[in-house]
Ligand binder design. Structure first.
Ligand SMILES: Nc1ncnc2c1ncn2[C@@H]1O[C@H](COP(=O)(O)OP(=O)(O)O)[C@@H](O)[C@H]1O
Ligand SMILES: [Mg+2]
Length: 265
């Protein structure tokens, strides 16, 4: 019987994460977080610093085992990292000792993909992110924005059907950030080889970025999921989209969650 759950539907059920700090104090980084993200959705995860965003992403990627609760992708419980779940961190996830193309190919090489085929895939995604001209360069020769493009090309080349990005563009200037948002949205708009839409979880504390990118914004505060906003504005969106009444309203709601505004009556 066909499963009702697509290959990249994400289901979190009462996920909790406790840490013990060096001073012995217990921290509830995540407290009974539950949600379902259907295949193909672009979700932004927003919340004040220390609210548990990175912890949630680490649990979702399999880098961290939750203290309680379960996390499933498709029907499979997440217990360890896997190439079908690609992660991009704020800090560059690029190996400095490998040329750009070898970075993009690395995961495929580890997965045993034949040389010719993996080169073809890497070249394809480098072209898609606009980096064909530096494929033989060393990472140290690239700007911060270009390194992010390498990281994006790499997760797509590895065949990820779920992408998790933790404040990936936070350290970039405004123009570079907007260009990278476009690159990511364009690639997200394309289906995988098997015809599936990729699911994206994108952590940001930039409210405008969330509203430009997301189908849906999940808000975490103090380790709890406190809001779940649908962003129905049509795509493609641009800065004018942010002036739409629904997005202005959503922006006030999100700023309020971040503690920047009192609630708008
Ligand atoms: N490895 C750890 N050991 C102890 N405390 C941690 C650890 N990782 C995160 N924390 C704590 O958990 C809470 C959530 O952290 P984090 O997920 O990094 O928040 P965010 O990404 O939203 O800024 C914070 O109070 C942080 O200090
Ligand atoms: Mg974080």
């Amino acid at each position: 019987m066909a499963s009702l759950i697509d290959g990249s539907t994400i289901t979190a059920s009462n996920v909790s994460q406790r840490f013990r700090r060096a001073d012995g104090q217990l921290v509830n980084a995540l407290a009974s977080v539950s949600f379902t993200i259907p295949e193909g959705q672009f979700v932004c995860l927003v919340g004040p610093s220390g609210c548990g965003k990175s912890t949630l992403l680490q649990v979702m990627s399999g880098l961290l085992a939750a203290t309680d609760g379960t996390l499933e992708v498709g029907n499979k419980r997440v217990t360890q990292p896997a190439p079908e779940r690609g992660v991009v961190f704020q800090k560059d996830s690029v190996f400095p000792w490998l040329r750009v193309i070898d970075n993009v190919e690395y995961g495929l090489k580890c997965a045993g993909v034949a040389k010719g085929r993996r080169r073809e895939i890497a070249e394809h995604y480098l072209e898609r992110v606009g980096l064909s001209h530096v494929s033989r360069a060393w990472p140290r020769e690239l700007s911060g924005g270009m390194l992010k493009r390498v990281a994006i090309a790499t997760v797509f080349a590895n065949g990820a059907n779920v992408l998790m990005l933790d404040e990936p563009f936070g350290a970039l200037d405004y123009v570079t950030r907007r260009q990278l948002q476009e690159v990511l949205l364009t690639l997200w708009g394309e289906t995988t080889g098997s015809g599936h839409r990729r699911t994206v979880i994108f952590v940001t504390h930039d409210v405008d970025e969330a509203l430009l990118l997301a189908d849906r914004v999940l808000v975490l505060r103090g380790g709890r999921l406190v809001d779940d906003l649908a962003v129905a504005a049509p795509r493609p969106r641009n800065t004018d989209s942010l002036l739409r009444a629904d997005l202005v309203q959503a922006k006030h709601t999100l700023l309020n969650h971040l503690g920047l505004e009192r609630s708008h009556a």
